[in-house]
Design a protein around this ligand. Structure first.
Ligand code: ATP
Length: 351
């Protein structure tokens, strides 16, 4: 278990700047996620941490050690890939033992540690099986065991669940978190999947164009995103353009809102253009008399546990509204519905 510090890391590939002055601190024993759109630099940052890529500028520290120039195995870090990267012609045990054989570990010790690693991923007794006789989910467990067998201090995971079906992904989420916590590892995990990140992360960084735009625990990233990019990337949201007024008041075409910002001390100038974010589940459909907003339902999607409505407001804009455990199914039509939002659920974004 080791703290990871990335200090002013820039990585250029020819004309492409994949990372631009990235700084980040990941605490000991933390499961930290890197998120962001395609090409934003997540994998490059993970590879710089792993030692598979050398930064053009900046340093990487594991604890007090400057590891910027060290190869992966000397960093005491192990990587798990989306593709599993297993050798198909070898058995499960041989795949897991490979890293230890390279390190010239004693044969008996190898056997003991392979069994220990298999137990960690709940595959006791599978050492003699061929890789091609294992299911996708089991193969991913083998690749985790292969990473764990060298007793790393840091576990680096690059979209490890992308090739699994939905049910297995759900199961493996809690498995990977358990493994990281039980073994006191510092974990860095790259994913496109926001549900994976929200459900597993201690903290996460959202990246855009080679830079980190926000770092925080899942509930802060979700509830107090700093920008429209972050708000739109994690979950669905309604973005409303408006103008800053006194204090935390924002005037939008659909009304005046009191908003809270995720950025400490952020106070836009009076009259400055701003954006508000209101999550669909933060809006309640109520009687139109006395409601904050009124509109007409123009579409609905029933999903059993929730129902999603599209509600057109007086200015022609459309709000997405979701109701949990819907008791009534409202039909699109001419009747006015009211919409209410709590003050704490209106987030003021920087842009
Ligand atoms: P994705 O989610 O699509 O995997 P990502 O966020 O992981 O994307 P990176 O793979 O880190 O993004 O790539 C960041 C940028 O750096 C992209 O523009 C990519 O084309 C470029 N890049 C990455 N690796 C190389 C390389 N070896 N040579 C040239 N350009 C590269």
């Amino acid at each position: 278990m080791e703290e990871i510090r990335v200090h002013g890391v820039t990585k250029r590939f020819g004309d492409v700047t994949a990372l631009n002055q990235v700084s980040l601190e990941i605490a000991r024993g933390e499961l930290f996620f890197l998120l962001g759109g395609s090409g934003c630099g997540k994998t490059t940052l993970l590879r710089c941490i792993a030692g598979l890529e050398t930064p053009t500028e900046g340093r990487v520290f594991f604890g007090e050690r400057d590891v910027t120039e060290l190869p992966t195995h000397k960093r005491e870090a192990a990587m798990v890939f989306q593709s599993y990267a297993l050798w198909p012609h070898m058995t499960v045990g041989q795949n897991i033992a490979f890293g230890l054989e390279e390190r010239k570990v004693d044969k008996k010790e190898i056997k003991r540690r392979v069994e220990e690693a298999l137990a960690m991923v709940k595959l006791e007794g599978f050492a003699k099986r061929g890789i091609d006789q294992m299911s996708g989910g089991q193969q991913q467990r083998v690749s985790l065991a292969r990473a764990l067998v060298v007793r790393p201090k840091c576990l680096l995971l690059d979209e490890p669940l992308s090739n699994l079906d939905a049910q297995l992904r759900l199961e493996m989420r809690s498995e990977i978190r358990r493994i990281v916590k039980e073994n006191n590892l510092t974990g860095v995990y790259v994913t496109h999947d926001q549900a994976e990140a929200l459900s597993m992360a201690d903290r996460m960084a959202v990246m855009d164009a080679g830079e980190i735009v926000q770092v925080g625990p899942p509930e802060v990233i979700y509830r107090q995103p700093v920008s429209s990019y972050v708000a739109g990337f994690i979950g669905e949201t309604n973005l409303i353009k408006g103008t800053a007024r006194e204090g935390t008041q924002v005037e939008a075409p659909i009304g005046i809102f009191t908003a809270t910002s995720g950025v400490e001390g952020y106070q836009p100038a009076h009259g400055a253009p701003v954006v508000l974010s209101i999550r669909p589940e933060a809006i309640a459909i109520v009687n139109p008399a006395g409601a904050v907003l009124t509109g007409k339902i123009i579409d609905r999607i029933y999903l059993g546990s929730i129902i999603q409505y599209s509600v057109e407001l007086g200015d022609g804009s459309v709000m997405q509204v979701t109701e949990q455990n819907p008791q009534i199914i409202r039909s699109p039509g001419e009747a006015l519905v009211g919409l209410n939002v709590n003050v704490g659920d209106v987030t003021l974004l920087e842009h």
